[in-house]
Design a protein around this ligand. Structure first.
Ligand SMILES: *Cc1c(COP(=O)(O)O)cnc(C)c1O
Ligand code: SF4
Length: 474
């Protein structure tokens, strides 16, 4: 520990103070221990790559892994041939394109790739895949149904989601937008959301014509993929609309290619100018990012985030809860603490959406409820994420404790979103986590309908009972 006398002599009292709690061993404050040094040189293909090259965002993009031969060429004999066979089969069955940055690839523990939290998020293996839930549909969030203009989802009263383009610096297996993001795969033909200024012009026009809109989420795909002049164009156009008060640029970039924040000066400067223009207009422009696991945050990340912080750019995080990735108390607490340490506000943790081909990554709603209880209290309240379930069918994000009814046996939860959309919304826990006799019921379509009808009837009865109780109370 630092000797106390170096800590500002006048501010510290000379007399001894009483410690009611014993001080913790600094070695246990693992959220401050960030991976540093040339960690990428563990990967055979990157043994001779120096720091300047590794920090070049262009090099990262050009050397991203998009197919099996490239993975083999990079990782070589760190994993056995049987693993590559498993990946080949996984790639063939994946609904998402594959793209992994050298940065992420270098953070994977290749001595145990099956258990590794980053491998699980980005590299599919056939042997771990589970059948999809029978109630799963592509675009489970109904983003297209709520889109007046292609790529502009207007679901909530005062905010809208603007999907500017359909590419990302990496592709996540679990992507909610696998209906649009990435190139077509054997499994899925994508809806086109290209970065065309004609489509953008229609979105801007819609936004300008809706005085109730105050808040625009600029997403994708991913804002990292926007050229600097496109960041300026989108930022300036939205800021010039008088009723727009808040803009969030959403990007997974800082989590998967943090060096861009250090070496793509044009992009960072363009974002900074939009933030500063917003500040002059008394409007908020922030960055929303997407870290899921504490190993994604290295010393490079911290330097990149420091650069944003120095420029007064607020960064918030939206994580996706995933089985075998961040579904334990230790990992979730570490993620939250490490984000706070790097000046990123943990905003949301999402229960994994019902997405094709990633049943092995989903958790139960109960897992989210348990984690919330364990995380709340470890740090500042404003650094504590809200755990939400994005209600399938377009109900929007609901706090995990606020279900109308939750049958932990069948795994069905029923949600209501009175200020968003009438009716009930259903979420389904992964079937393999349920008891064997319930799993058997899910194989039968008539039984499925019975379980769903029963859950809705119970939600309805609970609702009627509480409405009656409050009318009696007056
Ligand atoms: C998540 C989302 C938003 C933003 O919601 P917040 O709860 O304010 O973060 C807006 N529109 C859509 C369609 C969304 O999915
Ligand atoms: S970065 Fe976001 S939009 Fe892109 S693949 Fe991942 S989850 Fe989907």
């Amino acid at each position: 520990m630092e000797p106390l006398k170096t800590l500002g002599r006048t501010a510290l009292a000379d007399e001894a103070v009483v410690h009611l709690k014993p001080p913790v061993d600094p070695a246990t404050l693992t959220h401050r221990q960030l991976v540093d040094g040339p960690f990428w040189q563990r990967i055979p293909a990157y043994r001779a790559i120096d720091e300047a090259t590794f920090l070049d965002h262009g090099w990262q993009a050009r050397n991203s892994i998009t197919n099996l031969p490239k993975l083999l060429a990079a990782v070589q004999d760190l994993v056995p041939p049987s693993f590559y066979d498993d990946v080949a089969e996984g790639f063939a069955r994946a609904p998402m394109s594959i793209r992994v940055s050298p940065y992420l690839l270098s953070l994977i523990d290749w001595s145990d790739p099956y258990a590794d939290p980053l491998r699980r998020q980005f590299v599919p293996v056939a042997s771990k895949l589970l059948p999809d839930h029978p109630r799963l549909t592509l675009d489970s969030l109904h983003e297209q149904a709520d889109a007046p203009v292609p790529g502009l989802t207007h679901r909530y009263p005062d905010k809208a989601l603007f999907l500017t383009l359909d590419t990302c610096p990496v592709y996540c297996r679990f992507c909610t937008r696998s209906y649009a993001v990435g190139v077509d795969t054997d499994e899925v033909e994508k809806v086109s959301l290209k970065a065309t200024e004609d489509r953008w012009a229609r979105a801007f026009r819609y936004i300008a014509e809706r005085p109730e809109l105050e808040d625009i989420v600029v997403s994708g795909g991913d804002s990292y993929q926007l050229k600097a002049r496109q960041v300026s164009l989108i930022g300036d156009t939205l800021l010039d609309i008088p009723h727009i008060r808040r803009i969030r640029f959403a990007t997974k970039g800082p989590a998967v290619m943090p060096m861009k924040l250090l070496t793509d000066h044009e992009w960072v400067d363009a974002l900074t100018r939009v933030v500063e223009k917003g500040r002059r207009l008394h409007k908020e422009v922030v960055l929303h990012t997407h870290f899921n696991h504490p190993v994604e945050i290295t010393a490079i990340t911290q330097r990149g985030l420091d650069r944003l912080h120095e420029r007064g750019i607020i960064v918030r995080n939206q994580a996706v809860l995933q089985r075998g990735v961040n579904d334990t108390v230790a990992v979730m607490q570490l993620l939250v603490k490490r984000l706070g340490y790097c000046n990123v506000q943990p905003y949301y943790v999402y229960v994994h959406d019902l997405v094709k081909g990633v049943e092995d990554l989903r958790t139960t709603v109960q897992t989210a409820i348990d984690l919330e209880k364990a995380v709340r209290g470890v740090t500042a309240g404003f650094q504590t994420p809200t755990f939400v379930c994005d209600a399938p069918g377009g109900g929007g994000k609901r706090v995990v404790h606020s279900f109308e009814h939750y049958d932990r046996d069948t795994g069905i939860s029923v949600w209501a979103a009175p200020s968003v959309k009438p009716g009930y919304f259903l979420y389904f826990d992964p079937i393999d986590t349920l008891a064997p006799e319930i799993q058997a019921r899910w194989t039968d379509v008539a039984e499925q309908d019975r379980m769903v009808e029963d859950a809705i009837a119970r939600a309805h009865a609970q609702h009627a009972a509480s409405a009656h109780a409050s009318s009696v109370r007056g």
